[in-house]
Design a protein around this ligand. Structure first.
Ligand SMILES: Cc1cc2nc3c(=O)[nH]c(=O)nc-3n(C[C@H](O)[C@H](O)[C@H](O)COP(=O)(O)OP(=O)(O)OC[C@H]3O[C@@H](n4cnc5c(N)ncnc54)[C@H](O)[C@@H]3O)c2cc1C
Length: 326
C-alpha cells in the first residue's frame, strides 16, 4: 500500500489550532492525489474528546500522545513522539503548521531522518511522485518553487495560506494511543508567557480591526480597541504603524507580518499597499474606512466607507453597541 501522509495536528490548551486543521485538510488532499491514507498525530493533554475533530478534516487514523508533561510544547518530547510515529508508519510526506512549534519541530525531525524540509509553504503540489513546495523568499519579494528531496518529505504550512475544510462524509477514526517515554533531555519548559495582554492569536481571530498610519498615533488605537471589543475581535496593524512604534510587531498584518483570514477585516486608515494586501486578502469580508476615495484598498474591499476614522469608527461602535444591546 502507498505510504501514508502524516500530519502534526497542533493543539494549544486542549484544543486543536486552526493551523492544525489546515494541515490536516492539505494532508487529505495530498493523500487523495497519492492514493494514500492520512494519519494525524496529536500531542498534548486533555485532547481525547477532541480527536474526533481530526476526522472531520479527513484523517483516516488518529494517534494521540497524552500526558500532563505534554500540555506545553516541549521540543525534545514532541520530536521524540513524532519520530516514533514516523518509525512505526513510514510516511511518504510529513506536514506541520509553520507555527513556532511546527517551525521548531520540522528541522529537528528532518535532521534525524536525514531528509529535506521546505518551510513556510504557501502551496504544495505532487508532480510525478515528487512533492513541490511554493514558498516566499527575500521577505516575500519572490516565490520559490522547490522540490523536496529525500524520504519522507517534510513541509511546514504557513498559517492561513491553506483553508481548513471539512470532508463529507466526515471520517470517524478510532483514537490510537502513542506510548510516551520521556527521552533524555536537558531542556525544561516551565511556562509559556504571552507577550502582551492580548488573549487571542491574530492568525486565529475571526474578526480583526486593523489600524494604519491614518490612525495618527498610538493613543488613537483606543477607538479601534473599543470597536474590536464590541464585535468580539482583536486589533491588528499595518507596518507603517508598527514601524512608527505605535503597535508591537506581533500585531502586524502583511508580507513581513502575519497572514490572516478572518471572517471580517476592518481596515482603518490603511492605504492597501500590496505588502499589506497579501497578508489579509483572504479575509471573507473586508471593510475599508479611508478618507481618500482613491486609496488602493477600495479596489479590493467588499465595503468601503470614505470618511475620517475619527468620525466613522466611534459612530460604528455606537451603532453596534445598540445593535448588540451592550
Ligand atoms: C519588503 C517590504 C515588506 C513590507 N511588509 C509589510 C507588511 O507586512 N505589512 C504592511 O502593512 N506593510 C508592509 N510594507 C509596507 C507597505 O509598503 C506600506 O508602506 C504600508 O502598508 C503602509 O501602511 P499604511 O497603509 O498604514 O500607511 P499609508 O500607506 O501611509 O496609508 C495611510 C492611509 O490612511 C489614510 N488616512 C489618513 N488619515 C485618515 C483619517 N483620519 N481617516 C481615514 N483615513 C485616513 C490615508 O488616506 C492613507 O490611505 C512592506 C514594505 C516592503 C518594502
Amino acid at each position: 500500500m502507498t505510504q501514508p501522509v502524516l500530519v502534526f495536528a497542533e493543539s494549544s490548551g486542549s484544543q486543536f489550532r486552526k493551523s492544525g486543521f489546515e494541515a490536516v485538510t492539505e494532508g487529505r488532499r495530498l493523500a487523495d492525489l497519492a492514493g494514500a491514507e492520512e494519519y494525524a498525530v496529536a500531542i498534548g493533554h486533555g485532547l481525547e474528546e477532541r480527536m474526533i475533530e481530526l476526522g472531520k478534516y479527513g484523517a483516516d487514523r488518529v494517534f494521540l500522545a497524552d500526558d500532563p508533561s505534554l500540555a506545553l510544547f516541549h521540543p525534545d518530547y514532541y520530536r521524540h513522539i513524532l519520530l516514533d510515529a514516523v518509525k512505526k508508519h513510514a510516511p511518504s510526506i510529513i506536514l506541520l503548521p509553520a507555527t513556532s512549534a511546527g517551525k521548531d519541530l520540522a528541522p529537528r525531525i528532518a535532521i534525524h531522518l536525514n531528509t529535506g524540509v521546505a518551510s513556510d509553504c504557501v502551496q504544495l503540489s505532487l508532480e510525478n511522485g515528487d512533492l513541490f513546495a511554493t514558498r516566499p523568499a527575500y521577505a516575500g519579494k519572490v516565490l520559490l518553487k522547490v522540490r523536496i528531496n529525500g524520504t519522507p518529505k517534510i513541509a511546514t504550512l504557513r498559517p492561513n495560506a491553506f483553508t481548513a475544510k471539512e470532508v463529507s462524509p466526515v471520517h470517524s477514526p478510532s483514537v490510537e494511543p502513542l506510548t510516551f517515554e520521556k527521552p533524555e533531555t536537558r531542556m525544561v519548559v516551565k511556562e509559556f508567557a504571552a507577550l502582551g495582554p492580548k488573549k487571542m492569536d491574530l492568525t486565529e481571530a475571526s474578526i480583526i480591526v486593523s489600524g494604519g498610519r491614518g490612525m495618527g498615533g498610538p493613543e488613537n488605537y483606543k477607538i479601534l480597541e473599543e470597536l474590536a471589543e464590541v464585535v468580539g475581535g482583536i486589533v491588528g496593524a499595518s507596518r507603517a504603524s508598527v514601524d512608527a512604534g505605535w503597535r508591537p510587531h506581533s500585531d502586524q498584518v502583511g508580507q513581513t507580518g502575519r497572514t490572516v483570514s478572518p471572517t471580517l477585516y476592518i481596515a482603518c486608515g490603511i492605504s492597501g499597499a500590496i505588502q499589506h494586501r497579501v497578508g489579509m486578502v483572504n479575509s471573507k469580508i473586508i471593510v475599508a474606512i479611508n478618507k481618500d476615495p482613491d486609496a488602493p484598498i477600495f479596489g479590493f474591499a467588499d465595503y468601503g466607507i470614505v470618511g475620517d476614522v475619527f468620525e466613522v469608527v466611534p459612530a460604528l461602535t455606537r451603532e453596534l453597541k445598540k445593535f448588540y444591546g451592550k
